[in-house]
Design a protein around this ligand. Structure first.
Ligand code: ARG
Length: 586
């Protein structure tokens, strides 16, 4: 537990003992670190409820606290703030214990939950572009975070492999190569093992056909029919579709590998076709869903909705299944078969209404039981012009191209800064790749998930300021410091004495569990980015003020080294939750 958590427990009890609600005793970091480490502001609110003077209530809480423990300095400020500082002895005790704790002060919850995170969401037949980046990077980080906390977490890519795009591709290929066996409904033999088209072909074919379908009603109708036939298991279409899936998955895997993103479940919307049909039939016969205007719908509006939430469409007039029905069937499988307690969807904020409708429908259909679903939306990645990120020539930036750009930028910066220059070429390239990934991931994750942000290659690649490269460099510098200490046979030992620099660094290290908790409460990796940045800066202050390697007193030096080891452990743990890996040297 962090000092803040322990203090909160103490103050919850104290407020309870004077007849107030325990939650008034919640303790937070001090707004004035020059005056105190922590503060409790509950007396103001609690006194209102009890019609008391807040200062008097705060005074009596403070006195009670002083009677309970000698480990802190308590003081009052303003109308009833209680300021709290840890005595140095307590900080020493805590930080020395922290250095021995593999969970770094974080206490796992009593009950580990089974959590499924639906992220990535790549669509087949299209190369991955920057739009898929956020879901992959945020989802992966939340998976690591929840795992660190002790939960049993599965990631599912939930690929977009179904729906009208598939029908469009089929008719476009039939148009170009009508003689292929896939279109001959009398064909009985085996279909070719290799795909008649490459992903590059599809990348050209798809925008063209989708544009034409928008303008040409007949063509759109043809695509709809082909989709319907595919969904009704027309053999040739199924075989062609399987090629689309195979070539797409192979390509997606290459990109994800570079990104260090992985999934336990490689399912897609197509998996849910049959389950959705069965579920829909059930819902219809149980009168939960009903036909309106030829379509099957389910009402999801609630009385006190501020804006109108339209009914969820499960089946279109023409019988075609849609996104919502596969999503609903998927919830059913995740809960009934995979036993998920919690399902998280890391999907573009623009799908918020869809998920609201689906979750409500799942609830009223009785699918959710004790489980919960949550949509974790995110904003758009914009270019320097504030519009969705594009390549120089204007198309959506492919992920591969962005990564190449970042690797080149990393190499330039490394040369400019004179970092890693004398290392063998292979190692230099590996470092540039790690720096590029840190640039990309930290650049994304440091932004509050729900907001749009501008992907600024130059700014995110800098080795100073709140950037991925700065943090990697900070971690590597600590590693090199520890190697030097080792070569001199300097060993670390418990910290025995405290000065302002070691005090500040210790307190920050002790806040690691708080940053985990805050990040997880709101599913915001950005909280961990901020923490890692503060830690790197605090270490750098400590390093400037305390001359670790030249300290002659071995006790003092040992304590400094303990803090250095601990900082590296906390920093690397935080970075690894963000999916960022630091090289051994630079
Ligand atoms: N493939 C979808 C898209 O690109 C995202 C899928 C998200 N997950 C889900 N269960 N609907 O928009």
């Amino acid at each position: 537990m962090s000092p803040r958590q322990k203090l909160t427990l103490l103050f919850n009890e104290l407020f309870k003992s004077v007849g107030s609600a325990p939650s008034f005793g919640d303790v937070k970091l001090s707004d004035r670190p020059d005056l105190a480490d922590f503060q409790c502001n509950g007396a103001m609110q609690a006194s209102k409820a009890q019609k008391q003077n807040p200062r008097i209530l705060a005074e009596s809480i403070k006195e009670l606290a002083e009677k309970t423990t000698q480990d802190y300095d308590f003081s009052l400020a303003g109308p009833g703030f209680i300021n709290i500082s840890l005595k140095d002895a307590l900080i020493l005790k805590y930080v020395n214990a922290l250095s021995q704790d593999p969970q770094l002060g974080f206490e796992k919850p009593l009950k580990s939950e089974k959590i499924i995170i639906d992220y990535g969401g790549q669509n087949i037949a299209k190369p991955m572009h920057v739009g898929h980046l956020r879901s992959s990077v945020i989802g992966q980080s939340l998976k690591y975070l929840l795992r660190f906390m002790g939960h049993d977490v599965l990631g599912d890519i939930h690929m977009g492999d179904w729906g009208t795009q598939m029908g469009m591709l089929i008719i476009a290929i039939a148009e170009k190569w009508p003689d292929l066996p896939y279109f001959d409904s009398n064909f009985q033999g085996d279909y070719p093992k290799t795909s008649p088209v490459t992903l590059q072909d599809l990348d050209v074919i798809y925008p063209d056909i989708s544009g034409r379908c928008k303008e040409d009603k007949n063509l759109a109708e043809k695509a709809r029919l082909a989709t319907f036939e595919l969904q009704s298991n027309r053999r040739g279409y199924k075989a062609l579709w399987q090629h689309f899936v195979d070539i797409s998955v192979a390509d997606i895997k290459v990109d994800l590998d570079i990104l260090g993103v992985n999934f336990e479940q490689w399912f897609g919307e197509s998996r849910y076709q049959q389950m959705a049909e069965a579920l829909i039939q059930d819902l219809e016969s149980n009168k939960i869903a009903y036909i309106s205007d030829g379509a099957l719908i389910i009402d999801v509006a609630k009385e006190n909705d501020k804006t109108e939430i339209p009914p969820l469409l499960l089946r279109k007039k023409d019988g075609g299944l849609i996104y919502a029905s596969t999503d609903l069937a998927c919830i059913q499988e995740r809960i009934d078969v995979f036993k998920a307690d919690r399902i998280l969807y890391v999907v573009d904020q623009r799908q918020a209404l869809h998920f609201e409708q689906v979750f409500r429908a799942a609830n009223s259909s009785g699918l959710l039981k004790e489980s919960s679903c949550k949509h974790l939306g995110f904003g758009t990645v914009n270019g320097p012009d504030g519009k969705p990120f594009k390549t120089r020539v204007g198309g959506a930036m492919k992920l591969k191209d962005l990564i190449q750009t970042l690797i080149q930028e990393a190499k330039n910066r490394l040369h400019e800064e004179g970092i890693a220059e004398n290392l063998p070429e292979d190692e230099f390239n590996d470092i540039a790749q790690k720096v590029a990934m840190a640039t990309l991931k930290f650049g994304d994750l440091q932004h509050d998930r729900v907001h749009d942000y501008i992907f600024d290659v130059a700014k995110f690649s800098r080795f100073e300021g709140k950037t991925g490269p700065y943090l990697l460099y900070a971690a590597v510098r600590i590693k090199s410091l520890l190697k030097q200490a080792e070569s001199k046979d300097f060993v670390s030992s418990p910290l025995k004495d405290i000065n302002p620099s070691t005090r500040a660094l210790s307190l920050l290290l002790l806040q690691f569990p708080d940053s985990i908790e805050h990040a997880a409460d709101r599913y915001l990796p950005s909280v961990l980015c901020e923490y890692a940045y503060q830690l790197a800066k605090e270490f750098s202050r400590f390093y400037t003020n305390c001359h670790i390697l030249s300290e002659e007193n071995s006790d003092i030096r040992g304590g400094y080294l303990m803090l250095t080891h601990l900082t590296l452990k906390v920093l690397e743990t935080t970075l690894s939750i963000l999916g960022i890996e630091a090289p051994e040297r630079m």
